[in-house]
Design a protein around this ligand. Sequence first.
Ligand SMILES: *[C@@H]1O[C@H](CO)[C@@H](O)[C@H](O)[C@H]1NC(C)=O
Length: 458
Amino acid sequence: MPRVNRTAMLSLLIVSSSVFLLFQLYYYRKYVSKQPGPHILNPGGPLSSSHSQWQAVKKFLALAQHFRLPLFLADTAALSLLSQVALRQRERLLREPHCSFLCTGRPITSFALHANLWKYDPGFLMAAEQKGFELLELRGEDPRLASLDTLSGEEIPLYFLLRFRSYIIQVVFLYERSGNYLWHGALRLKAHMDRSFAPFRLLDYGRHAGAYDRPELILTVLDGLDVRVPRNLTHFLDQQQHAHFLECRYRDARNFLQLYPDDSSAAAVDFRRKAKSLLHLTAQTLTSLEIPFWLSSGTCLGWFRQCSIISYSRDVDIGIFISDFRPDIIAAFRDAGLSLKHKFGKVKDSLELSFQSDDIKLDIFFFYEDGDVVWNGGTQAKSGRKFKYVFPRFALCWAELLELKVRVPCETLDYVTANYGATWSIPVRSWDWKSSPSNVQENGVWPVDEWPELIQVY
Ligand SMILES: *[C@@H]1O[C@H](CO)[C@@H](O)[C@H](O)[C@H]1NC(C)=O
């Protein structure tokens, strides 16, 4: 090809690409810059609808900042997206104005509000309305005032729902509870409320009450917006999955205590004080080992029936799934100042540990899953006889006992009924663990040559 032609070709290329560049610049100025907002990195839905989600969040955050709402992003979809992005990639993404995390393809974005740090300001809702949000505020009883002595009638705000176009911002009020955790209530619509205000089934929060550890927060820039998020995302999302909280049944407990007044003798008061400190120590020890446990037997009955400890029970009973067993559990309790009193069974069958603290015993029953039931074992030291206590399957929920956040079987009534029969609400002082429980079964005898290993009493 002759040299002249090549030069001409090059010039033509330069001219045409300059024209194209100019056109792009023009186009950008005319169309894109007029619509302030993010580009779409992963277009999951139509551009315009994702834009409105981002705009709803942006508007909301600007208001929230103005009214100093102590918020953090609690949206499971957005936080999951964020947790899946590698740290290095995140650095870059967070600085760019793409709607990568907040445009989740869901019509809701959830935030949590630390209610103890915010003085309720109705001006916030008025300002939101002026900015084009439609509002729904949901209130509920304040459980912090409920106790055996007083039943609260006071209502506190539990949720704000703000609607912008078809997007919902859910604000969950988190309250400090006396067991040093955060609590939110269940979202329940009153009769007069608009059931079509939001896709209520899709909300991350509100199907039931929830309990959370106070998360450590960090301020970050997400899709061009300043927002606080939990530092440990997987930990927060994990908690969110298992946050279901059960309030103690104070009304029933009060009725129970009117029929059977609590023992207020010095010995009973002393026992309750010791049981409380043993329960706190147990929770501390097992939490540090990341072993979940729940209140079992008499301790569970005490919570369920009277929101307290049964003063004549003389021990604290907890359950642990055998799949969560760790051999260092014994050393951990020893380090916490408890001494091993007995060890029955083995990891494969009917394991049971008992520790002594002052004059109270901590019984740890290990539970085995078997089809649609769950069971724990019992062993009679002198005869080697084995027993089995069978329960219907259950999930674990949070509850509060003696100013401690603890787990209980969510299906508490079924659990307690399995163990104590339909008359669980009538106190029984003479209790034989081998024959009294409704769910006890004979389970053979340990082979004599294995007794030294399977029946250890200290
Ligand atoms: C985050 O929490 C998980 C438990 O859910 C824990 O295993 C992990 O070590 C935590 N990560 C950091 C960086 O603290």
